[in-house]
Design a binder for this molecule. Structure first.
Ligand SMILES: Cc1cc2nc3c(=O)[nH]c(=O)nc-3n(C[C@H](O)[C@H](O)[C@H](O)COP(=O)(O)O)c2cc1C
Length: 183
């Protein structure tokens, strides 16, 4: 049975939520971890406003060179905070720089509470391929440690065989289109 061998978890985090998930995920699926680094000041009101504008206009700021080569990995897991219902601009810059090197991709996003379905869709289009699995989580769930079970399932999907992944994807699609949750 085919097994995914090498996994890279790549993320950008302004205030620590995405970093927390990325670290937990990398630990549970024995992945390497890459933090996207940019030098734009993103703290305080000015930094918040700049981040919102960059995300809304789909801008890609300058980011530092990466420590890992995505072409060395069977699967690249990309994590982004949601900014103004969009992919965070440093993550957009990373994907634009590296997307030709991706083999398989998976996505996760962190959020205050809305925009995940759109952002997961945008990630798929920006990467030019569907995800083997996706995961979205709110700050409240992370703070209350209510995300653990779902994160474990996401992590298991990343390391599962392709046939098991197809079952996971079917369940995710059903959950996303659930009219009761609206997600
Ligand atoms: C500029 C900006 C815009 C944001 N826009 C949204 C949004 O549209 N929807 C949402 O649910 N949360 C939004 N948030 C909240 C973040 O997505 C959320 O707090 C996320 O977990 C932050 O991740 P981080 O701590 O890794 O930076 C926004 C945060 C920032 C800084």
């Amino acid at each position: 049975m085919e097994k995914i061998q090498r996994i890279l978890v790549v993320y950008y985090s302004r205030s620590g939520f995405t970093q927390a998930i990325a670290r937990q995920l990398a630990r549970s699926c024995h992945a390497d971890l890459e933090a996207i680094v940019d030098d734009s000041g993103r703290s305080r009101v000015v930094g918040y406003a700049r981040s919102a504008v960059e995300a809304a206009l789909h801008l890609a700021p300058e980011i530092a060179p990466s420590r890992h080569r995505p072409s060395d990995y069977d699967l690249v897991v990309i994590g982004t905070p949601i900014w103004f219902w969009n992919i965070a601009s440093p993550v957009r810059a990373y994907i634009k720089r590296h997307r030709s090197a991706f083999r398989r991709v998976a996505f996760f996003c962190t959020m205050g509470g809305s925009g995940d379905a759109k952002v997961l869709r945008d990630l798929k289009y920006l990467c030019g391929r569907p995800a083997v699995a996706t995961f979205s989580v709110s700050d409240a769930e992370i703070s209350g440690r209510k995300h653990r079970q779902r994160l474990t399932e996401f992590s298991a999907a990343l390391t599962a065989s392709p046939s098991l992944l197809r079952g996971y994807q079917r369940r995710r699609i059903a959950a996303l289109s659930d009219p009761m949750t609206g997600r």
